[in-house]
Design a protein around this ligand. Structure first.
Ligand code: SF4
Length: 344
């Protein structure tokens, strides 16, 4: 690979996108950008990045924030455990590293939520250390360039790719090499129809010269997504509405939503026992269907329906895991992406 690296670096210098986290050596900003980019595309991630570093400009600002403040900034990105892990890691840095982001990759890997890819990205971008940063894009480029046949999400693949890239990565510019490989995967070596005619690696690419572009990388098919039917209730009590805070672990952990029940179909299930158990309501008028939305998660296709019920305050008892909030204060609470589809 070493023979084509000069071409790769020249291509990167002439063709890369200008992004704020590429103009900094600040490991905190690089870390924030990497975690956001695990959740979303670059164009959407930019806004989140600016909002995050404006609200929490330093590690100690993030460590001192409330969970609610962090989740509101993260709102809409999904996988909220990542945001909570970042805050936990910020506290680790304050308590265990005197507030200085650790520079050694072994120390970086001790921070909660930071895996091999992110640690290598921070070590190379911020501290110029020669660790290959192997994200999904780099895996695809590496599988094709070297002709690696192991399935892309296996440890065998990762180990093989890491060994080959460790031999190739230049000691004098590991950051540029990693950025170039990531950018090449994003812009040129696309999953389908890669632009081999303008690729700086074309001269030595195994897949191109062995006609294996369509068969590499090897991907093991994913398990079929489960169909889930959720019914959310907009329970209105005069000018207020009921919110439920989800448990801190699991899907949408710590976020707020309308009270809901799961059923096995899109039809309205029996909701009367739910209302009487949770809120002491003996009976109510029939719910009015407000909206149906589909929401796709990695392993679940959620079919969600929002139903509205206006409640008589005289018959309403708030349960401890629910909150009665003014309708115009709804957006002071961090809510998940599916909820956003209901209320925006
Ligand atoms: S030559 Fe084609 S397949 Fe090979 S790395 Fe470049 S874009 Fe990917």
């Amino acid at each position: 690979m070493k023979r084509v690296i000069p071409k790769l670096l020249t291509w990167y210098q002439n063709s890369h996108r200008e992004l704020p986290w590429r103009d900094t050596r600040n490991p905190y900003f690089i870390w924030v950008s990497e975690i956001i980019l695990q959740q979303t595309r670059v164009d959407q991630g930019l806004n989140y990045y600016y909002r995050f570093v404006e609200k929490f400009p330093t590690i100690s600002n993030l460590a001192d924030a409330t969970e609610q403040e962090v989740l509101i900034i993260w709102q809409g990105l999904g996988y909220y455990a990542r945001a909570r892990n970042m805050q936990f890691a910020a506290k680790q840095i304050v308590n265990e590293f005197n507030g200085e982001f650790p520079s050694h990759i072994k120390d970086i890997l001790t921070l909660k939520g930071i895996g091999e890819y992110t640690a290598a990205a921070i070590a190379s971008f911020a501290f110029q250390q020669p660790f290959p940063a192997i994200d999904g894009n780099v895996k695809r480029v590496t599988a094709r360039f070297f002709g690696i046949n192991a399935p892309i999400n296996t440890r065998a693949f990762f180990q093989n790719a890491q060994n080959l890239l460790e031999e190739a990565i230049p000691n004098d510019c590991p950051d540029l090499f990693n950025q170039a490989m990531i950018e090449l995967g994003a812009l040129i070596c696309l999953p389908t129809k890669p632009k081999c005619d303008i690729c700086p690696l074309a001269e030595l690419c195994f897949a191109l010269h062995h006609n294996e572009i369509d068969s590499l990388p090897v991907v093991i098919s994913k398990t079929k997504a489960k169909q889930v039917f959720l019914h959310f209730f907009s329970l209105e009590v005069l000018d207020s509405i009921v919110l439920h805070k989800r448990p801190s672990s699991g899907i949408w952990g710590g976020l707020y939503e309308f009270p809901s029940i799961e059923s096995d179909s899109i039809d309205l299930p029996d909701y009367s026992s739910f209302l009487s158990d949770k809120f002491g309501i003996p009976k109510s008028s029939a719910p009015l269907k407000i909206k149906e939305v589909k929401h796709l998660l990695t392993h679940q296709n959620i079919h969600a329906t929002l139903w509205e019920i206006k409640l008589n305050p005289a018959h309403f008892i708030i349960n401890s895991s629910f909150y009665l909030v003014k309708k115009n204060e709804l957006f002071n609470f961090p809510i998940h992406k599916l909820m956003l589809k209901f209320v925006t």
